[in-house]
Ligand binder design. Structure first.
Ligand code: SLL
Length: 162
């Protein structure tokens, strides 16, 4: 195949974690969740404003802390849906997020790292209590742009026909 010389395609996406402490009112602990788990949380990769990204991103591997059963998880793309994982736990750690592109791209997988944040650092105790009472989530999201350098022609067509 031929590459598109001098062409760069950018595709924005968002990734990160959202966490919420368990509490009886707004986030009750589901049955079966271990006693020492304090939070529910999610990690995700998705398009900006939830636009579909499965035409360039095929699957995402999330590598969680080894203390978590089955800590390497592969999420297959579903059109229009985020690549998303729900978990519960007690501690923060670094998540390795490996992006697998569609085969037409001929791109090698690429890994991002993201720190799972459970606690609202830098707040006063009063602010934390207010957050807790409001059932507030701890959000740690990042914006990123995927760059495709000199894509192959068929992949260029896929990227630009959306
Ligand atoms: C810490 N270095 O000590 C970190 C490790 C590990 C968190 C945090 C286990 C969940 C499960 C869990 O939350 N591990 O057992 O499913 O803070």
């Amino acid at each position: 195949g031929k590459r598109m010389k001098g062409v760069q395609i950018f595709r924005p996406f968002v990734y990160g974690t959202t966490a919420k402490p368990f509490d009886d009112k707004t986030n009750p602990k589901p049955p079966g969740v271990p006693d020492d788990h304090t939070h529910s949380w999610t990690v995700f990769v998705k398009g900006l404003d939830d636009v579909d990204i499965t035409y360039w991103l095929r699957r995402v591997q999330f590598k969680l802390h080894e203390s978590i059963p089955n800590h390497v998880r592969m999420i297959e793309g579903e059109k229009g849906k985020p690549f998303l994982l729900h978990e519960t736990g007690w501690g923060e750690f670094e998540i390795a997020i490996k992006l697998y592109y569609v085969p037409e791209s001929s791109e090698k997988p690429q890994t991002l790292y993201h720190h799972l944040r459970l606690h609202p650092y830098g707040r006063t105790d009063e602010e934390k209590e207010t957050m807790r009472l409001n059932g507030a989530q701890v959000i740690s999201w990042a914006y990123e742009e995927q760059i495709f350098n000199e894509p192959y022609e068929p992949f260029y067509d896929i990227l630009t026909s959306g």
